[in-house]
Design a protein around this ligand. Structure first.
Ligand code: AMP
Length: 539
């Protein structure tokens, strides 16, 4: 049984195979190859634990076998939520080995997001961490089971006495031999999370073939080798630290992933010095903090050779400081969980590295820069980014309406970014048309929060817009029209928290207004609201 997804048209699929992009290899191959060839090499360092490739392969094999023994396998989906710990990768590989397709929720996600993923995927398996606040008791689990009756198996990291323990299943091979194997390489391996622009976060089916290609090609572009020591300081589930080249790229090359709980410079500098970290992927606000902290730090950062920065706009003035203050090369990354990833190349002239967000991975990434009607803009001018290629998806999971909005007839995906192309072929991100707030790399879909605000009995209209912020680039400001003059921002915050939405999505500011400004066609005028938000934010 396979999982439905929108396939690439036959002619393009044939081209991608002919060119050697899609090689029919499951994402588990890299791990098995390393485990066979270099079982003692260190794959993951997590706190004081060191996990070799042999162990990573064995632990994930144990778990895959245990899940197969319980009747889970091809066609099944799983919702997984684990923090930045080695078990994240053990679990990921286990599910892939058994042909179960997971979505990895971010650890910051709460009831609202988990329920949204589960109600779309209808998983039989749910894996979470007992130490997450949502699982302090079993109330949410009960709700999840009611909403998703298909759910039959729940495993916990840090399990309580009544729970089935994730670690226990990793630690022990099944009592009898069970047969399991990954789903075919042309089929869905797992689901990535969309940064989203819709009321409900959408899921992105990724096949082994397409994802494996993006990883292999990224390894070459970013110069990852068996000597690479990669610091995973961003949420491990995110596409960027997973595949650009991310942990999967490091595993492909046989290097080591060092887990960090977060990108805080004090924690990370200590890890860099202790483990000789050579490479890190960061978002712009983290780089700002690193640049400030580096001068006064007593830690030896000299092993650090490459700092990748992506996920949100990175100011040129800060980009220029990276080599000098961190003693490392800068690489800008502009990517999306839907597919297309751009990198500045390691041999690009400094000017390009400081002022652009790179160029696509593949010679067969097709990038069109177009106006609102889909016509190409003159070369060098800014326009909407539309793309298709060997690792850019062709449709969100079970979302025909949204797919109708973001794909054109030729199968080009409109990312909602406004970009321009330099004469060298590099892209520069200059704006955005999608209704998303990019909070230093963490994406907040306005519609999602507006819908939740509107569930408050006193709220008649709600609009969430971006307001400029020095550290994060953008923060969120909610404009609210209320039928109750007494309604306070704190009550709205409490309302959202009660609905179980991730903290980073809570509006940074709330402004009450009498009526929404409207455009001539009667839509809420967010341009005016953005102006108002920025004016109000001025000191
Ligand atoms: P996500 O899929 O969550 O990584 O979000 C992808 C989106 O993040 C892109 O469509 C862009 O809007 C934004 N983004 C990613 N990298 C950059 C970058 N280097 N500069 C500006 N925006 C970026």
């Amino acid at each position: 049984m396979s999982i439905e997804f929108t396939p690439w048209p036959d002619d393009l699929a044939a081209l991608y195979r002919k060119k050697g992009y899609w090689i029919g290899q499951p994402l588990t191959e890299a791990l098995e190859r390393q485990a066979a060839q270099r079982p003692e090499a260190v794959a993951v360092i997590c706190g004081d634990r060191t996990i070799t490739y042999g162990q990573l392969d064995r632990l994930s094999g144990n778990l895959a076998g245990q899940l197969a023994l319980r009747g889970l396998g091809h066609g099944d989906r799983a919702v997984v939520q684990l923090p930045n710990i080695a078990e994240f990768y053990i679990t990921f590989f286990a599910l892939l080995k058994a042909g179960i397709a997971p979505v990895n929720a971010l650890f910051s996600h709460k009831q609202s997001e988990l329920l949204a993923y589960a109600s779309q995927l209808r998983p039989r398996l749910f894996i979470a961490d007992r130490r997450h606040s949502v699982f302090a008791d079993d109330r949410f689990l009960g709700e999840l089971r009611r909403e998703v009756p298909e759910l039959t198996h729940v495993l916990f990291h840090g399990a309580g006495e009544e729970d089935e323990s994730l670690e226990a299943l990793m630690g022990e091979a099944p009592a009898r031999v069970v047969d399991y194997r990954p789903s075919p390489a042309s089929q869905v391996a797992f689901f990535q999370l969309s940064g989203g622009s819709t009321g409900q976060p959408k899921l992105i089916p990724r096949t082994h073939d397409d994802y494996d290609y993006s990883v292999r090609a990224s390894v070459d572009i970013c110069g990852v080798t068996a000597d690479t020591r990669y610091l995973c300081a961003l949420p491990a589930a995110h596409n960027y630290p997973m595949s650009s080249p991310g942990a999967l790229g490091v595993f492909h090359a046989g290097g080591t992933v060092v887990m960090a709980p977060n990108p805080d410079p004090q924690t990370c500098f200590r890890l860099i010095a202790a483990h000789g970290v050579t490479m890190v992927a960061l978002v712009p606000p983290a780089v700002s903090l690193w640049l400030d902290a580096a001068a006064g730090s007593s830690h030896d950062l000299s092993s650090l050779a490459l700092v990748q920065v992506g996920g949100a706009s990175f100011a040129e003035a800060l980009a220029r400081q990276v080599p000098e203050k961190l003693g490392a090369k800068l690489q800008q990354v502009f990517g999306m969980a839907e597919g297309l990833v751009n990198y500045t190349r390691l041999d690009d002239p400094d000017e390009l590295v400081f002022t652009t967000q790179g160029r696509p991975i593949s010679p067969d990434d097709e990038v069109r820069i177009v106006d609102e009607s889909g016509n190409a803009v003159p070369e060098g001018e800014a326009g909407l980014l539309a793309t298709r290629g060997p690792y850019t998806f062709r449709g969100y999971y079970r979302s025909p309406e949204q797919n109708g909005r973001v794909f054109d007839r030729d199968g080009f995906y409109y990312s909602g970014d406004v970009v321009q192309r330099t004469p060298e072929g590099n892209l520069r991100v200059v704006g955005r048309v999608k209704d998303v707030i990019n909070r230093g790399g963490e994406k907040v879909a306005s519609e999602e929060i507006e819908n939740l605000l509107l569930r408050h009995q006193d709220v008649t209209h709600a609009a969430l817009v971006a307001v400029e912020d020095k550290l994060l680039g953008e923060k969120s400001c909610a404009f609210v029209v209320s039928r109750n003059e007494e309604l306070k921002a704190v009550a709205l915050r409490r309302h959202l928290m009660g609905l179980g939405v991730a903290d980073y999505k809570l509006p940074d500011r709330v402004r009450f207004i009498d009526a929404m400004p409207l455009t001539p066609v009667g839509k809420i005028d967010k341009k005016i609201l953005r102006q108002m938000a920025n004016e109000l934010a001025l000191p």
